[in-house]
Design a protein around this ligand. Structure first.
Ligand SMILES: [Zn+2]
Length: 137
């Protein structure tokens, strides 16, 4: 369970990594404040970096930042965007990565089950609004 307070902190750390273009794990650990937050940041940072690298290898767009990814994941309450029941496990691409790239509008959190089955139509993209602007919840 990631609370509003957790999310605010995670976004602060994520913004630092995006603005500084540095991924110094010791500083990230310090900024994150707790081991739990640090592990979330480290895991999602790796995920974003790996998927951007994969997109670049296909010469398609690779623009997703850690901040954007956290906002998308938080929009779906850290659950799978398809079934909205299970916690998300993988970054899923609406349009296959080698065509659609790794961009905010192409990436969704998904559980492994929905990712392999994919019977359901992908949900609409998460609006990229910051949590403070999202007063409706
Ligand atoms: Zn699912």
């Amino acid at each position: 369970m990631v609370t509003r307070e957790d999310m605010r902190l995670l976004l602060q750390v994520a913004e630092w990594t995006v603005q500084s273009h540095r991924h110094v794990m010791s500083t990230i650990r310090e900024l994150a404040g707790s081991e739990e937050h640090y592990l979330i940041i480290a895991r999602e940072l790796d995920r974003v970096k790996a998927d951007n690298a994969r997109a670049r290898s296909f010469h398609v767009e690779a623009t997703l930042t850690l901040v954007e990814w956290l906002i998308i994941v938080d929009f779906y309450q850290w659950k799978c965007a398809y079934c909205q029941e299970k916690p998300f496990e993988v970054m899923h691409h609406r349009v296959p990565l080698h065509k659609g790239g790794t961009t905010p509008s192409n990436c969704l959190p998904a559980c492994r089950g929905c990712c392999t089955r994919r019977k359901k139509k992908p949900p609409d993209p998460a609006p990229l609004i910051t949590p403070t602007e999202n007063s409706k919840g």
